[in-house]
Design a binder for this molecule. Structure first.
Ligand code: PBG
Length: 327
């Protein structure tokens, strides 16, 4: 058989050897791209499995410190902390308690592993008894501007505890600006903000809400999280966050929103994170456990795709195992 007429058509030439494939590879994946989310509970000294997320546990502070050491050894540069407080209240006051679970965990992790970056998720839903991400009015809706004050207070408390990057995930309008102003006023000019810019109202957060006990007690989050049909709106949200002073932007979830990752990256030119969320993790785990796919290959392909779409940073529960596979 001859392709002699078109000697230039030889895509296969570039796939001939492993070394050559390596030289021309456009997207690389390494442990240095990963952020590992951790659920830290202020409970007794134990690890507690999360049923829908095999391999992921709620950790006491001591166990979180041990886990942080394992991550640092694997070359994973950062953790994202979620707090599970002992008690919740109407306001979510655990979020700005200087002795709150995230504040205590941050101090303990930074003391033991100063080189590991601690990113703190900033939201009220893990701390409120109603499970919403902000102040709930008597009519049952979330009050945007009243929530900003509480978020700013929580951000300052996290910064004082030594958090390296503040990551607001609440989706209130104007929160990046409010948090930036509060941080600056308290002397934390150097603390970057990683804004969950385009956070979609997604079914893929299901296992997380189990893990953090943060499912809303009434209603849903569609008034403040985004409609899955909207990509242009995601770009506008991202641009607003940039103007308000965000240092890094985020799209969440990741795999069902690769087009949004790509658009936000192209339109903003900002450092970009993508959050491969709990439901995306659970889906691969369940399929692998059922023998339907090769877990290692599927995970590495999924994470590579998130990078190829334009994310610099991949926040993923697969980080530990993927880092091992990539070694
Ligand atoms: C809280 C928050 C959520 C997630 C991260 N921060 C849940 C939500 O909005 O209900 C989900 C992460 C995941 O599913 O892994 N604001």
């Amino acid at each position: 058989m001859s392709f002699g007429q078109f000697p230039q058509i030889r895509m296969r030439r570039m796939r001939a050897s492993r070394a050559l494939r390596g030289l021309v590879r456009e997207t690389r994946l390494s442990a240095a791209d990963f952020v590992y989310p951790m659920f830290v509970a202020s409970s007794a000294d134990r690890r507690e499995p999360i049923a829908s997320m095999p391999g992921i546990e709620r950790l006491s502070i001591a166990h979180a410190v041990t886990e942080a050491g394992t991550l640092a050894e694997l070359g994973i540069p950062a953790v994202l902390l979620f707090g599970i407080p002992a008690a919740k209240d109407q306001e979510g006051s655990g979020a700005w308690d200087d002795e709150g679970v995230v504040q205590l965990a941050t101090r303990a992790i930074k003391e033991a592993h100063p080189e590991l970056l601690v990113i703190a998720d900033l939201c009220l839903c893990e701390y409120t008894s109603h499970g919403h991400c902000g102040v709930v009015t008597p009519e049952g809706s979330v009050h945007n501007d009243a929530t900003l004050k509480l978020l700013a207070r929580a951000a300052t408390s996290q910064a004082r505890a030594g958090v390296d990057i503040i990551a607001p995930s609440d989706m209130m309008d104007g929160r990046v600006g409010a948090i930036r102003a509060a941080l600056d006023e308290d002397g934390h000019h150097d603390k970057p903000i990683l804004a969950y810019s385009a956070k979609f109202a997604s079914a893929f957060y299901g296992p997380f809400r189990d893990a953090a006990g943060s499912a809303p007690a009434f209603g849903d989050r569609r008034a403040y999280q985004m409609d899955p049909g909207n990509a242009n709106e995601a770009v506008r949200e991202a641009q607003l966050d940039r103007e308000e002073g965000a240092d890094i932007l985020m799209v969440k979830p990741a795999l069902p929103y690769l087009d949004v990752i790509s658009a936000v990256r192209r339109e903003t030119g900002m450092p970009l994170a993508a959050y491969n969320v709990s439901g995306e993790y659970a889906m691969i785990k369940a399929a692998a456990a059922a023998g339907a796919l090769d877990e290692r290959a599927a995970v590495l392909e999924a994470l590579t795709s998130i990078r190829r779409a334009g994310a610099d940073i991949v926040i993923t529960y697969h980080a530990k195992e993927a880092a091992q596979w990539l070694q």
